[in-house]
Design a binder for this molecule. Structure first.
Ligand SMILES: *Cc1c(COP(=O)(O)O)cnc(C)c1O
Length: 397
């Protein structure tokens, strides 16, 4: 591989055709569970990690390993782990760095499933955590305890698009011997590379932009080789969270268009944000690309572009917000994001419904908030759809 290649060339050409003899142009799909060896000693060397190779499907397969190599290059990490979902990636990262009676600082608004994992599972196994406004370095320092092991960030956050400073927070974390874990799902390595900014571990829901076509559930963890080896051998393999060959194949295919897809998602999100901002029944638009966004300068520094997500609040009640999304004809009401289709959802009743109502405002999630994932359609058509639904709402309120 040529190290001087740029992102799109890497996404298309790196790690190509490493596992086969026929010189196929796209990575072959190898679903075999078991792999044979020339001798018992060779088998032992592979299982002990002394020799590179594949031995049993629960610890990876040749297709997932080709994908892992590519992801590590794209995130500029030493190694990557391909796993069965974004939640598998997140739970592996947390269970690797925290054990019973350890504590973690968690940025205020995170993915609803991560919130649920922490409150349901982590606490059952004696891991404690505090939600902290990580836009304030003082608040982070105040909340570091003697048993704190990690800081968990998601930036921009879901669904309010708060941006946190990975570089500064990583410095503070390292001064206190803490590990920084960053959920990079909303950005992808095309728009933001947390490891370059000092973070220790990156997690992804590859279900979203990385695959990009809405037909795979998968995740990644990226970090140092030693950490990733530990995760593979002692967490992922034992909990059975591996990514299968077919999903790996689909993601390898989706990654080839990641750069051009992200450009289009970003273009469309900006046009949609601008449109919503000028509409008089839209109360507020959350979009890091606006000068009025509280972390606009940081967003410009930290992110290549502003991403494909726009969240906004409609004037009126939660019922009016629901009525508005019900009126949309092109945009679909759905839980996911990062697909070719424009998707909308109502976080308070959908993705973040596991958060008790009284806590929603603490996370900045108002009852009228709507999250929109800009798809790859023509922007004029998405905007026309939003416009007709807003006009319909105006007549009704
Ligand atoms: C969807 C999502 C997850 C969880 O990913 P799954 O693949 O559904 O397990 C985690 N973090 C963020 C930011 C997400 O959007």
């Amino acid at each position: 591989m040529n190290n001087k290649w740029n992102f799109n060339t890497i996404a298309i050409h790196s790690v190509q055709s490493s596992n086969h003899k026929c010189k196929a142009v796209s990575e072959p799909l190898i679903p075999a569970v078991a792999y044979s060896f020339n001798s018992a000693d060779e088998a032992a060397a592979v299982v002990n990690g002394e020799k590179k190779g594949v031995y049993y499907g629960r610890f990876g397969n040749p297709t997932s390993q080709a994908l892992e190599k590519k992801i590590a290059i794209m995130e500029n990490g030493e190694a990557a782990l391909a796993v069965s979902s974004g939640m598998a990636a997140i739970s592996i990262a947390i269970m690797t760095f925290l054990k019973q009676s350890d504590h973690m600082i968690v940025t205020n608004d995170i993915y609803g499933g991560t919130h649920k994992f922490l409150s349901n599972i982590a606490t059952r196994y004696g891991i404690s955590y505090d939600y902290v406004d990580c836009t304030s370095i003082d608040m982070i320092e105040e909340n570091i305890q003697s048993n704190t092991r990690a800081i968990y960030l998601e930036t921009p956050s879901n669904p309010t698009l708060t941006v946190t400073d990975i570089k500064t927070i990583s410095k503070i974390a390292h001064n206190n011997n803490l590990v920084v874990i960053v959920d990079n799902t909303f950005m992808t390595p095309y728009l933001q590379r947390p490891l370059d900014l000092g973070a220790d571990v990156v997690v992804h829901s590859a279900t979203k932009y990385m695959n990009g076509y809405g037909d795979v559930i998968a995740g990644f963890v990226v970090g140092d080789q030693e950490v990733v080896n530990y995760m593979r051998d002692n967490v992922m393999g034992d909990l059975g969270q591996v990514m299968n060959a077919w999903e790996s194949y689909l993601i390898l295919r989706g990654l080839k268009t990641l750069g051009i897809r992200m450009e289009r998602h970003c273009d469309n999100a900006r046009k949609i944000a601008n449109f919503l901002d000028t509409n008089d029944i839209v109360e507020k638009v959350h979009y890091p690309g606006f000068k009025s966004h509280p972390q606009y300068q940081l967003a410009k520094r930290q992110m290549k572009r502003m991403g494909g997500i726009v969240s906004f609040e409609i004037k009126g009640t939660a019922q009016d917000s629901k009525h508005f999304i019900n009126q949309l004809e092109l945009a679909m009401i759905s839980f996911s994001l990062g697909d070719p289709e424009t998707l909308v959802q109502h976080p308070a009743s959908m993705t973040h419904s596991s958060i008790p109502e009284k806590d929603l405002s603490k996370f900045g999630i108002s009852k009228g908030l709507i999250r929109l994932s800009a798809g790859l359609e023509d922007a004029e058509d998405i905007i026309a759809d939003l416009k007709q639904a807003l006009e319909n709402l105006k007549v009704n309120i």
